[in-house]
Design a protein around this ligand. Structure first.
Ligand code: MN3
Length: 247
């Protein structure tokens, strides 16, 4: 990647950060792309500025035990997520997509092929999900996100009840979300790898928190007991990260 295009890539990434107010994963992606995939980038980005990059996990596969088991984390990260990243980048090249930012890509989600849409969502959603997790038992929401949750839903417990319900009742594979819709917090869920940044989706907004309820996220440890997976997942939510996303 030439210096100029590299600078543009970084600038574009920051534009996305401002526009969708999702900081960590995207900035991390840029740094990681530059450090780890420079030679590959040079070939791909010559014609296709947008390239999804798998963010580093930030903790070991076993770090979320006993809430999320090590084998699930390893397979989820190295097999499922890696495949979404590869497949969306393959689709971008094969279909000659000219989007220059993740925001632009999702703004046009309804025009994408199934391969680009599903794998693009999978690539982004998992980067966001990993950054939403933190080893050790967390004490629950704090700071301004706690205030916003209390103001919107009445209490943290009520919020957790409603979010859990959204995650439990998502039929089949999908995600539960807490989003900021222009200053209003909303809970929603999406099917497959859709997310609230897509142009055509039931509830749009800036994602603050995500929960993967695909069976691959919990079946090895919890089998059919999605409710137990959700209950234990609350223990490893990275509320500091959620706070940073609320701007
Ligand atoms: Mn998953």
């Amino acid at each position: 990647m030439k210096t100029n295009s590299r600078r543009k890539f970084i600038e574009d990434s920051f534009k996305v950060t401002v526009a969708v107010a999702v900081g960590g994963p995207i900035i991390l992606n840029s740094a990681s792309a530059l450090a780890a995939n420079e030679s590959h980038d040079a070939k791909v980005n010559a014609d296709n500025p947008l390239k999804f990059v798998q963010a580093p996990l930030g903790f070991s596969y076993a770090a979320l035990e006993p809430n999320i088991d090590a084998l699930t984390m390893e397979i989820h990260y190295t097999k499922h997520h890696t495949a979404y990243i590869k497949n969306v980048n393959d689709a971008i090249v094969a279909e000659k997509l000219n989007y220059t930012s993740e925001k632009e890509f999702f703004d046009n989600a309804s025009k994408l092929s199934a391969k680009a849409r599903n794998n693009g969502g999978g690539a982004w959603n998992h980067n966001f999900f990993w950054a939403s997790l933190k080893p050790g038992t967390t004490s629950g929401p704090n700071g301004k996100v706690k205030d916003a949750i209390t103001n919107t839903f009445g209490s943290v417990d009520k919020f957790k009840e409603l979010f859990t319900q959204a995650a439990l009742t998502r039929f089949g594979s999908g995600w539960a979300w807490l989003v900021n819709d222009n200053g209003t917090l909303k809970i929603t869920s999406t099917a497959n790898q859709d997310n609230p940044l897509f142009d055509k989706v039931e509830v749009k907004g800036t994602p603050l928190l995500a929960l993967d309820v695909w069976e691959h996220a919990y079946y090895l440890k919890y089998q059919n007991k999605r409710n137990e997976y959700i209950a234990n997942w609350w223990n490893v939510v990275n509320w500091d990260e959620v706070n940073k996303r609320l701007v």
